[in-house]
Design a protein around this ligand. Structure first.
Ligand SMILES: [Zn+2]
Ligand SMILES: [Zn+2]
Length: 174
């Protein structure tokens, strides 16, 4: 009896022999219990733990990330106003810079809700020149006079908001 090679049995199904081990916790798992992840087979418990890791943001990450995104987006919106059609090229870059700055602040902490709020903060930060432009209408500025400025600023808002969101969301794919 002792000359048979030691066989593993699944940690969840003691009667099922298996050659698989979870890549994270090393416990033997049968094919039914194994979950294929990009880095190998894992047990369901480890996969669940891994998913929980995706929501690691602390409470202070929210005001911090939103402040960084809002302020940088506001500063960018001031610059965009002076660029004219160059805004087409600069707005996506601004979005990347803001996204990277937020990532720097967050290190590797993350939460889906946090990314949404941060993108929203970037949107709000970029709206001030638009509001100023619209209020200049009330003061008698002609609509044609501000049309292009309005166009570039709106483009900037759309670009920055979406780029920041997808930039941050990209953390989750890793
Ligand atoms: Zn495991
Ligand atoms: Zn099993």
């Amino acid at each position: 009896m002792t000359d048979t090679p030691p066989t593993l049995t699944c940690a969840n199904h003691p009667t099922v022999e298996t050659g698989l081990r979870c890549k994270s916790c090393e416990k033997p798992i049968c094919p039914k219990c194994a979950v294929l992840t990009p880095t190998g087979y894992r047990c369901k418990e480890c996969v669940r733990g891994h998913q929980r890791m995706f929501e690691t943001a602390e409470w202070y990450d929210y005001p911090l990330a939103m402040a960084v995104a809002g302020i940088l987006s506001f500063l960018g919106s001031l610059i965009i106003g002076r660029l004219g059609f160059l805004a087409l090229f600069v707005a996506p870059i601004a979005g990347v810079i803001i996204g990277e700055a937020v990532r720097l602040v967050l290190r590797r902490r993350r939460a889906r809700r946090l990314f949404q709020l941060t993108a929203a903060a970037a949107a709000v930060g970029s709206l001030i020149p638009i509001l100023l432009l619209l209020s200049s209408l009330l003061m008698g500025a002609s609509f044609m006079g501000i049309l292009f400025s309005l166009l570039w600023q709106s483009y900037y808002t759309a670009m920055v908001t979406s780029t920041v969101y997808y930039r941050l969301g990209g953390i989750q794919i890793k």
